[in-house]
Design a protein around this ligand. Structure first.
Ligand code: BES
Ligand code: MN
Ligand code: ZN
Length: 484
């Protein structure tokens, strides 16, 4: 059960624990109810993630550190919110006091952090240790602006938790048909248009990449479209594309045991888009937003695509499959072709596409590529505002020679170096000329091997907050070629 975050004027006596968020400087200056000696003995200095709890007249009092004042921003409050959720998990109701005059965005980040920090994936535990925390009150938040921030933060974080659940569900149960049914159900309950294409429809529409990857599977593929149509006049239209590989065994180019272990997460791009669409349906920004989600697993059945096979993508281009484990680009090629046919003002795709992107940027930062400087900048700004880390990589035209094929229009693989970039260049071939497009390689940040701030071990829901921010502030990108 998830936690509710309430905006209140002042904390009620019903809160079993009250938490103050404090900077390192505030701790030095002295805290009401705790002597400097007590704090020193507890080793509490107000560093980020530090928590100090003590009993006070039959209730609990706590301090959560924000770090040094000069480093405090919305990220600090998101992280502190998660620390609040964790440190209050044994109480049903908690209250939080913010520092005086919090900046705009503080309450929103705090609410996000509380909901994200309270998250746990317990669906498959017979006897889960459930947290008791049901409600967190945020003091000093009686005004409409403050309330709006808290409501929005909690709603976006709930969409992110939904994406986490999808990523954490094992590949054996969340097959393409199961994921498609969930996406449609989530979409409909958020008031979105939802359409699920069956295998017959996928064949009729000639999605050769999706069909090629699916050949080794006993589960049929699916293609899902979700649609947010604003009531009034739209400020533009946006297409979201997400890689939905429900399990990536690598195909006949089978992965190693270690490489395969976490590959239920290979639908994290689709999960992020589904989570974001659920929030976009509720917030209803004045922008048309359509999602294009190809879904399959990548298995090794007797009729699996063989290395050397050539697939014909929706837009007519042919790809020689030299490595069946480079499957994401094959299904995204179809999805980007379809998204282009819808003639949106801009496209963004999210995909757990390459291990190479993790080599380049490490596990916690997504790679950002695109064909339009203005659009790439909008995504960087949205990610920054949402507190998700992305970093640009170039798409140099001359690297395209790496995936020339002797038999088809291209191979599905470049050379041994710069794999995140060559994957991006291959995707670019399926975006219509003149359509602004960007690609987020989220292979690293979609899945975590440990708890870290508001990020849990396992599926992280990375990308949901950036997409909601992007749709909310969307402006048609100006034609502006990105540097390559
Ligand atoms: N889904 C993987 C990429 C991936 C790797 C995501 C690790 C998350 C963590 C993708 O389909 C893949 O297998 N990529 C290969 C490409 C290679 C065959 C060119 C890779 O990165 O090793
Ligand atoms: Mn793969
Ligand atoms: Zn994959």
């Amino acid at each position: 059960m998830s936690v509710e975050v309430h905006a209140v004027r002042s904390l009620s006596a019903a809160a079993e624990i009250t938490v103050s968020l404090v900077t390192a400087e505030a701790v030095k200056a002295g805290i009401e109810g705790a002597t400097p000696r007590q704090l020193e003995l507890a080793g509490f200095e107000g560093k980020a993630d530090q928590v100090h709890v003590w009993p006070e007249s039959g209730r609990s009092r706590a301090l959560v550190g924000l770090g040094p004042e000069s480093e405090v921003d919305h990220r600090s409050f998101r992280r502190a919110g998660a620390a609040v959720a964790r440190s209050c998990s044994r109480h049903a109701r908690a209250g939080v006091e913010l520092p005086a005059d919090p900046a705009a965005g503080t309450r929103r980040a705090l609410a996000e952090g509380v909901v994200l920090g309270a998250y746990g994936y317990t669906d498959l535990k017979s006897d889960p240790t459930e947290a008791k925390l049901r409600r967190v009150d945020v003091a000093g938040s009686a005004g409409a602006r403050a309330r709006g921030e808290i409501e929005r933060g909690a709603a976006v974080a709930a969409g992110q938790c939904l994406a986490r659940d999808l990523v954490n569900e094992p590949g054996g149960s969340l097959t393409a048909p199961a994921l498609a049914a969930r996406a449609a159900e989530i979409g409909r309950s958020a008031g979105l248009g939802a359409k699920v294409w069956t295998e017959a429809e996928i064949k009729r529409r000639r999605l050769g990449g999706l069909l090629g990857v699916n050949r080794g599977s006993t589960n049929p593929p699916r293609f899902v479209e979700l649609d947010h149509r604003p009531e009034g006049e739209a400020k533009g239209s946006l297409a979201l594309v997400g890689k939905g590989v429900t399990f990536d065994a690598g195909g006949l180019n089978i992965k190693t045991a270690a490489g395969m272990l976490t590959m239920k997460m290979d639908m994290a791009g689709a999960a992020a888009v589904i989570g974001a669409m659920s929030v976009i349906g509720a917030l209803a920004p004045p922008v048309r937003v359509r999602a294009f989600l190809p879904m399959t697993d990548n298995m090794l059945g007797g009729d699996a695509t063989r290395p050397g096979d050539v697939l014909r993508i929706r837009n007519g281009k042919t790809i020689e499959v030299v490595n069946t484990d480079a499957e994401g680009r094959l299904i995204l090629a179809d999805a980007l072709s379809l998204a282009s046919e819808a003639k949106p003002d801009a496209i963004v795709d999210l995909a757990t596409l390459t291990g190479a992107c993790m080599v380049a940027l490490g596990p916690r930062i997504a790679g950002l590529m695109g064909n339009n400087r203005d659009w790439v900048d909008q995504i960087r700004a949205a990610a920054e505002a949402a507190g998700e880390r992305v970093w640009p990589l170039p798409l140099p035209r001359d690297y395209e020679s790496q995936f020339e094929s002797g038999v088809a229009d291209m191979k599905n693989l470049g050379g041994p170096h710069g794999g995140a970039i060559t994957a991006g260049l291959i995707l670019q071939r399926f975006v219509a000329d003149g359509t602004a497009w960007a690609h987020l390689d989220i292979a690293g940040p979609s899945y975590s091997d440990a708890d870290y701030g508001e990020i849990p071990k396992g599926g992280t829901g990375f990308g949901v907050r950036t997409l909601v921010e992007l749709a909310s502030g969307f402006a048609k990108p100006a034609p502006a070629p990105a540097p390559g």
